[in-house]
Design a protein around this ligand. Sequence first.
Ligand code: NAD
Length: 480
Amino acid sequence: MEKIKNYINGELVEPVGKEYIDNFNPSIGAVYSLIPDSDEQDVDLATKAAQAAFPAWSKTPKEKRARILQKLASLIENNLDRFAEAESRDNGKPLSLAKRVDIPRAAANFNFYATGVLHYASEAHQMEDTAINYTTREPIGVCGCISPWNLPLYLFSWKIAPALAIGNTVVAKPSEVTPYTAYLLSELCIEAGLPKGVLNIVHGLGHKVGAAITKHTDIPVISFTGGTVTGAEIARTAGPMFKKLSLELGGKNPNIIFDDCDFEKALGTTMHSSFANQGQICLCGSRIFVQRGIYEKFRDAFVAKTKKLTVGNPFDEGTNLGAVVSQPHMEKVLSYVTLAQEEGGTVLTGGHQVKLEGEQENGWYIAPTIIEGLAFDCRTNQEEIFGPVVTIMPFDTIEEVLAMANSTKYGLASTVWTQDITKAHNVAAQLHSGIVWVNTWLLRDLRTPFGGVKASGVGREGGFNAFEFFTEPKNVCIKL
Ligand code: NAD
């Protein structure tokens, strides 16, 4: 069986302890490759390599760094089919989605930050005739980048690209649930001519590799995307060490549909925001609030459309929803359907595992699920499910829907559907979330700040925000 390798100091290497863990293909529910079960020793080797590479990489002209990262982006684009197939097999997502979104976005991340660094300027603050301040921004050193399984290469590269472009070196850990495209990326880094030690990828478990990165004394910066509980654990370790910390965490996003919306557009996009990637996107709108005037019409149309979605082999062209990422995750998602029923909810469609035939008979598939009749403050409506399960609720007034939308501990993204621009501004201003989409969903301009409030995280990624995070400012004040 194929063994994935770590990428340390420019080479593909076995873990020091020579131990491996299983890597599953969720669409067939079977092991198909092995991942290094790395530990502190591997993280330490990676950190030493990154430290050794830092002086030269940080002094490399940004134009040269940009060229190498753009070469990497081109190589990803040239390998689109291979990467998309690998991502789909590793994660369970439809191949069409990996081809259209995940892999092109990974290439775009490298291109965006490679070119962005050429335009990043420092600031000066003049004090009339008295003095002038100029602020430099220096790369910091070795950055730890830890990413989740839902958008594997997309989110992995979203951290690595700005860290490298601005002149840091990196020790990165992809999710052990979906390590494969990070492994393929390491092969391309060698081909692109990335100097050895600039990027190091250590595979393995969160409580071993992730924890070792978090507590390593020579890694002063941690950029983490994942669950809120893990984020809190990382903060407990990294906080007292005064590390720079960016946390992109969970969500329980409201999708607010007013009765003056463009009905067909709201309906069509709500299908995506509910079930894209099997509902496993931190930005999915899992709580759907529909104004009373169109509630029944919207609910019935939404249920009818959802029933037509195809749950199937991720490699088939007609598949809308592939497999969820793992058996434990499938069980967790289905346990929330049981909880919802105990809390008084009615399952309008879905609510069960889907058993496919043939090679996929042991795969982990869930029917897209809509639940009605729940109170806004019950557990089902407060906790992140992170699967193809949404709830739908009526509302009457703006005040009422804002109170319900803002009632969770999370605050990542919200969606608002209305043709009334004044109402849109008003509601957007009062939503407790880092991102608000009006009459659209997941429309991304990579220059905009990305991140959440409350338990959805601390800090912002995207655009120059990422360069600010991955640099240390120094102000120099010169008396005139
Ligand atoms: P997770 O927190 O279980 O794991 C994320 C990463 O952290 C993995 O690489 C894991 O190995 C590692 N990890 C686990 N324990 C660790 C520890 N003690 N120390 C250091 N690292 C550790 O999350 P997941 O299940 O992979 O991903 C799903 C979660 O990610 C959801 O909550 C989702 O909302 C969130 N997410 C957030 C965003 C965002 O931008 N806000 C984007 C995608 C996913």
